[in-house]
Structures are given as structure tokens and as C-alpha cells.
Design a protein around this ligand. Sequence first.
Ligand code: NDP
Length: 492
Amino acid sequence: MPSDNFTSNIIAGKHVPAQSGKTLSITNPATGESLGTFAASSAVDVNAAVKAARSALEGKWARTAPGQRTRILFKAAQLIGERAKDLAVAETKNNGKVLGYVLGEINQAIEDFEFFAGAATKANGIVPPLHGAFFGYTVKEPVGVVAAITPWNYPLMLESWKLAPALAAGCAVVLKPSELTPMTANMLVDILQEAGIPEGVVNVVHGFGSEAGSALVEHPDVNKISFTGGTATGRAIMKAAAATMKRVTLELGGKSPAIVCEDAILNDAVLGSVFSIFYGVGQSCEARSRIYVHESLYDTFVEKFVEAAQKLKIGDPFDKATHLGPLISPERIALMESFVESAKQDGGKVLCGGARLTEDDLSKGNFFAPTVIVDLPESNRCVQEEIFGPIVVISKWKTDAEAIALANGVIYGLAATLWTQNMTRAQSFIRAIKSGIVTVNTPATALPGLPFGGFKQSGLGREMAMETMNAYLETKTVLMNALNKPVNPFGI
Ligand code: NDP
């Protein structure tokens, strides 16, 4: 067993290293300090985890009454609440997000467990009216062994988005957290086991996506994949899943627009938009990274937006005054620089930011300044591609039709935000915008109970809502002869 600060896999309830003994190391993105090592799993560990999940699924877990699952998930929610501070500290160290915001995300994870605790007893089938010769109904059964593959931007919250409905539906899970943020996954699974989830029902394999992740996706005994991450990875997963017809839920990238109408409350639109792009340093799938402002407000909006962006305090994520922490890895700095360079080459003006921050202690971490770019053609990659960092492009429009065409002009369709006081006009925008989520006068996008997911290349399926349960269930149709007569359909 490797020594100090080692994060193991969890297989059949036991904390175990990778069978090869290989490890990966993690660092604090705000300070560059080492946070220890964790298991670098390969196909053999994935096999063991899938086997444990299958055997737990077909053992005691399959016979657990839905009401019992409800009680376990409520207990899990309560325990997460009691350990919220410890979870948040570990997550902030590992992913660099400001502690207060991580506590908010943990609160959302709690609400998610509570929501799906209630949903466990409501996975009803149907009894449709049929021809009198028949009696038919449907039953919902767990889809089976679920592979939950999660990213680094909201580790514990997104793990909860997958674990809570999967467990409510009665599935068993193998979780593969991001190689960059493995620290809180084990804490969460330990809590679930303490709450009463039997050993083997939730397993964790840490390691690289290219090794542990792809072994999981290709495993013939995995029935469903629930993935959050980049669109390119999502495409590869969908292809691999096709080989054994695994069910897939994909929550992928975005390039979400905000539309500011001339009747918007200007201050709300400015401050809400600053939050909706820069929260988590822009490392959010729903970041509103393109802002389209009516030409009559454009100059004032841009001026106020830049002023507000420059007020954001960047630095130590444990400091209460900090708004933005670091990017997740040093590689992201070079990526941000390449986006800024491409904007400049296309005639874009960088009104603030545009570079790495290195004053004092910031030089130890991956800090990048909030960046505002204007005067860019829509064809530029800063407008078309998911940047996943603190870079926003602001452009202007004249007519509603033009605003809608601009908003819809990318391959993604996750979230869109409207800033207007005219709710009738809002309705026509809502109908025309091709996106899974449209918010009006608020930067918020995700609340348990409301489906979260994208149109177009932003993904497949919805998380966080009652319809999510169906993604973890199979429908079995039962048809019975209702006539007390001999059966001789050929009349022979
Ligand atoms: P990925 O999509 O590569 O990673 C997400 C998860 O998938 C991680 O656990 C990763 O493991 C795993 N993974 C990677 N490749 C495979 C594979 N072939 N089979 C199975 N699992 C795999 O995201 P990145 O971290 O590389 O970020 C790339 C881009 O994706 C970002 O720049 C951003 O645009 C987007 N993204 C979107 C997110 C969202 O919320 N929708 C979240 C994260 C990223 P490992 O960590 O080891 O690579």
C-alpha cells in the first residue's frame, strides 16, 4: 500500500490500491503543492469493480424495497450535511474553487439526494386500457450496472447528480472520478456506505480516462454510462457504448449565450452576466460565455461589465474575500493564451485580462485574469468553441431575429439567459432558442427538480429531475390473457 495521503479505489466495500500498484499524483491548483497520490487503475481493477457491482446488484440490493432506498438516501443527505465542512475543504484544496461556493455546491448535492430519496418510491409503471381480451401493465426495473464518469469542475456535486438517481432506481455503480480531482469521491462513497448502502453497490476506480475510463466504457457487463465532460470525449463514449448497446446519458460542453434586451434592468444584466461567466473561473458547462447586447445599451453595458470584472478578487480560494480561484491545471493557462491570441489575430479587442496572473503568491498557482473580448467575428474560435475558462465575448444586435440567430449559431445548446422585463417578448425568445435550459433574469441554471441537460451537441438525456429516473430504469411490458377460453389463435 503506498504511504502518505494515498487515495485508494473502493471495490466491494474495501479500500484497495490498483492491482498494478501504480499511482498518480495530484497537486493543489492554487499553490502547486502536492496533495498526495491515488490509485492509477487499469482494466483489471475495472473488472473487479464491475464484478463487485454485478454481484451486489443481484444480491441483497435487488431485494431492497424502494422505501428502504428512500431512508438510506435521506440518511446520506443528512451525513453529507454533517460533514459538509470537511468535504468542502478537501474539494477546495483539490479543485481550487472558492470554499464558500463549494459549500453551496455541497448543499445542492444534499438536495439532490433528498429529491431522489423521494423519487425511489415513485418509479411507477402504467396500466393502459386495452382490448378486453388482454390485461397489460409495465414494471420499472433497474437498468443494471452503471458506469458514472465525472469531471473535475464540480466533482462532488456531479457525482451526486449520478449516484442519487442510480441508487434510487436500485442500480449498482462504478464511479470513475476525474484524474485531477479524486479527493472527495471516496469520502462520499464512505458516507453512502455508512448510510446503509451495501458494500459493492457503489465502487470507485480512480485513474486516467484513457485507461480506467475506457475499460469501463468497453466493459460488456456495464449496462449504462452516465458521463459528464467534454463533447469530444462524449462522442467517443457514445461510439464505444454502441458495441454492447449500453444506455447513455451525456452531459457535455456548452457555448451558452446571454441576450440582453434594451428593456433589461442594466445593473442586474451586468452583474448577473459577470457571475454567469466567471463563476468557477468559467470552468462550467453552462457558463454564459457569449453575451449579445442590444445596440442601444451596448456601450454602457460593456463599460459597466469591464468595471465589474475588474472588481473580482482573484487568489486564495480559502480567503472569504476571494471571488475566483485558479484554473484546474497549468495546461489550461496555455489554452487560455491560445484563445486570446486567436481573438487578437481576428481583430478582437481585449478590454481587460487576457493573461496569466503572477503577482506574489499567484505565481505558484494557475491563475488567469477575467478576460473581456469585443469586436470579434462570429467565426472566431472564441465564439464557436467551448473555452472553459474566464474569457467572455460581448457583441451587439439590432433585431430580435438577429439576436436569436446569433444565440443559435453554434453546435452547442445547453443554457441561455435572457435579460428583459417584457415577459411576452421573453416567450418568443424562449420558443426560438435551441437550448435545453433558458433562464430569464437570473444566472441560476440548476435546481433539483428541474431537468438539466442540452440540445444539439451539448448532450443526451436530462439530470436532476423525475425524468432522470427513467434513464436508470428499464421498462418491462407484461401482457396477460384475460379470457378464460382455450388458446388457439390459428384456429387449427
Ligand atoms: P474529459 O471529457 O476528457 O473528462 C471527463 C471525464 O471523462 C474524466 O473523468 C476523464 O478522465 C474521463 N475520460 C476521458 N477520456 C475518456 C475515455 N476515452 N473514456 C472514458 N472516460 C474518459 O474532460 P477534460 O478534463 O479533458 O476537459 C476537456 C474539455 O471538456 C474542457 O476543456 C471542457 O471544454 C470540457 N469539459 C466539460 C465539462 C462539463 O461540465 N460539461 C466538464 C469537464 C470538461 P481523466 O480525468 O482521467 O481524463
